[in-house]
Design a protein around this ligand. Structure first.
Ligand code: TXA
Ligand code: MG
Length: 330
């Protein structure tokens, strides 16, 4: 793993102290860090991302004690989740402490917080000495970054200092779990799903409808409608037998993300990107593959949707692919 050295970490913490922005690696995707208690710094995060003010940010803490500090109330359940899943890709929504600026939470009464499982992220937060916000380090609506290069594609070094920690291990954003509801409710799918939570903690949480019918009861503001989208239009195919007809009809150049673990030959000018067969590998590769596909500036990105593969990771992958392909009206 690429690990930033102590000098890089100190320089980045200094940038945060000065109210600046630092992109940092986590196990899920790269985050765009700023002092979680500095409203001007946070306003810059919204500005450089072009993020709607209505979409709240996740706060990142070095440990459960620091996370507790941004919450106004800390239910016993939160201890259980923190013990079982932190550091890790589970974000908890809790009542917001009074000293946490409203802009972090889009003016709402809650705050989302997690402890990331990445040595560079933890070292940065510790060196800074307090919680930092960390939305994904991409322009709002675009694909999440899983490498430092993805971040640099969109943000100038003067605006955003990038800590390079190599490619992200998990590759999909954290599960967002709302603990202000009873039962708690998953607002954004991730690799930790309701079943995993039940097996690990015996706690039942609600999960929005199956990813095949993504109209769950509640979702995080940031996962409504289109999201995680490349510039080129994305179309999902489920029937691989129809692939060549679809490519012929495309009328331009298409890049295909092949079915998991299977290589598919396509005729030029089309291109194909092979995808790993295992869920964890596919998830880790997904955003990088979509970035690569998009860089070829095709007329269409065709993705063979992994079907009949049941696991929390495949569910989260399908969720992200559906959002990548969603229409504006979705
Ligand atoms: O894995 C991740 O969570 C990454 C890494 C960097 O930690 N961060 C990330 O942040 O994905 P972002 O801002 O791209 O997505 C945050 C999601 C959005 O869907 C947002 O609406 C939701 O969390 N969220 C944040 N605060 C919330 C709150 N107080 N209540 C409900 N949803 C919230
Ligand atoms: Mg995001």
């Amino acid at each position: 793993m690429t690990i930033p050295n102590e000098h890089d970490i100190q320089r980045a913490a200094e940038r945060l102290r000065a109210g600046g922005l630092v992109a940092f690696p986590t196990e899920t995707v790269y985050g765009l860090g700023a002092d979680a208690l500095n409203p001007e710094a946070i306003a810059r995060v919204f500005e450089v991302k072009g993020r709607p003010a209505s979409n709240p940010l996740i706060v990142h803490a070095a440990d459960a004690a620091m996370a507790r500090g941004v919450a106004d109330a800390w239910p016993e359940l939160a201890d259980t989740f923190a013990e079982q899943f932190w550091p890790g890709p589970l974000t908890l929504v809790l009542p917001r402490a009074g000293h946490v600026p409203g802009i972090v939470a889009a003016g709402g009464p809650t705050v989302a917080v997690r402890v990331p499982d990445h040595p560079a992220a933890l070292a940065l937060i510790e060196a800074f000495g307090g919680p930092i916000v960390g939305p994904s380090a991409n322009p709002s609506g675009y694909l999440s970054p899983t490498t430092a290069a993805h971040v640099r594609e969109h943000f100038a070094e003067e605006a955003v200092l990038v800590l390079d920690g190599g490619p992200c291990r998990t590759g999909l954003e954290s599960t967002v779990l709302d603990l202000t509801r009873r039962p708690p409710e998953i607002l954004r799918r991730g690799v930790i799903d309701a079943q995993t939570i039940l097996e690990t903690t015996s706690i039942e949480v609600e999960q929005p409808g199956s990813p095949d019918e993504p109209d769950g009861p509640v979702v995080s503001p940031g996962v409504l409608g289109p999201h995680y989208q490349p510039k080129a239009p994305v179309e999902l195919v489920t029937d691989i037998a129809k692939l060549s007809a679809r490519l012929k009809a495309c009328g331009g150049r298409a890049v295909l993300l092949s079915p998991p673990g299977r290589s598919v030959r396509v005729q030029p000018p089309h291109e194909a990107i092979n995808m790993p067969g295992l869920a964890s590998g596919y998830a880790r590769r997904l955003y990088a593959a979509l970035h690569e596909a998009d860089a070829a500036e095709p007329d269409l990105i065709l993705v063979v949707l992994p079907v009949l593969k049941d696991s929390p990771i495949w569910d989260a992958v399908r969720d992200r692919l559906r959002r990548a392909a969603a229409e504006e009206s979705a």
